[in-house]
Design a binder for this molecule. Structure first.
Ligand code: SAH
Length: 250
């Protein structure tokens, strides 16, 4: 069992799909399902479609927001069928599975999250920007969107295949093995808030006209996969800037 991989479903509308996802997960040895404000759950429809994967449904965690779902995670992948306005580091499911295979299994549960969007409109840009990597199943253009349970099946299959063979050498060279644990999602968010407030204080960021500043900064920092010490260094620098501004204003 790959207990440290969470499958996160955001605002799922059709409860039958939640059951289909549970079944796809159980087939491939995944167990940790997190539901962000589903329209209706639990439901008979979900149990029927789970076809024996009821244990995954009854152990599912319900939360109100995506932030809550991924707070303790160090590596977060968003799945999406289409290219967005601002490009983000993108992988196919096989590359994603290779990266996951490099994650230190001793790091504790909830180290990795894979996020799936709404049936009708996927994930919002804000939700996508909470995630370090975007994963796209390379379906045909013009008919690229899979049913959510089918998308989970493809992703879970690649994770399963990667767990049966050693594919870590196929991961992009930066991998995730490091001397210091990667920062958790919540720590990254606090750092981004710190950046935003400090840059408003210095006058570098105009809150009335922020343009894409925070999105681009997010993308830059997410790409680097910062660890806990690096986040502390960046925040320490921000604090020193705030102190300097305070002392020059006196
Ligand atoms: N119309 C929506 C599609 C939603 S399908 C959109 O354009 O985003 C529901 C969810 O299934 C998506 O949010 C995504 O999590 C997953 N999914 C569907 N097709 C996918 C694909 N080709 N690659 C990756 N994820 C996909």
């Amino acid at each position: 069992m790959q207990a440290d991989i969470k499958i996160v479903l955001v605002n799922t509308t059709h409860s039958g799909n939640i059951g289909g996802v549970a079944r796809a997960m159980k087939n491939m040895g995944l167990a940790d399902l997190v539901l962000v404000a589903p329209k209706s759950f639990p439901s008979d429809e979900a149990s029927a479609r789970a076809a024996g994967a009821d244990d995954i449904l009854s152990a599912a965690t319900l939360v109100d927001s995506l932030q809550q779902a991924i707070a303790g995670c160090r590596l977060v992948f968003a799945t999406s069928a289409r290219e967005r306005h601002i490009p983000w580091p993108i992988m196919d499911p096989r590359e994603m599975a290779a990266v996951i295979s490099t994650v230190d299994k001793d790091a504790g549960s909830g180290a990795v999250a894979i996020v799936f969007g709404r049936e009708d409109r996927g994930l919002t840009n804000e939700e996508l920007h909470l995630c370090q990597h975007h994963v796209c199943i390379p379906s045909v253009s013009g008919f690229s969107s899979l049913n959510i349970a089918a998308a989970v099946q493809v992703i879970a299959y690649e994770i399963r295949m990667a767990s049966l063979t050693d594919v870590s050498a196929q991961a992009p060279q930066w991998g995730t093995s490091w001397d210091v644990p990667l920062a958790e999602q919540q720590e990254l968010e606090l750092m981004f808030e710190h950046f935003e407030s400090t840059m408003v204080k210095t006058g570098f960021l105009d809150p009335e006209n922020p343009r894409q500043f925070m999105t681009r900064l997010r993308r830059l920092i997410m790409r680097a996969l910062p660890d806990k010490i690096e986040v502390n260094i960046l925040r320490g620098m921000l604090t020193s800037i705030t102190k300097t501004i305070g002392s020059t204003k006196k």
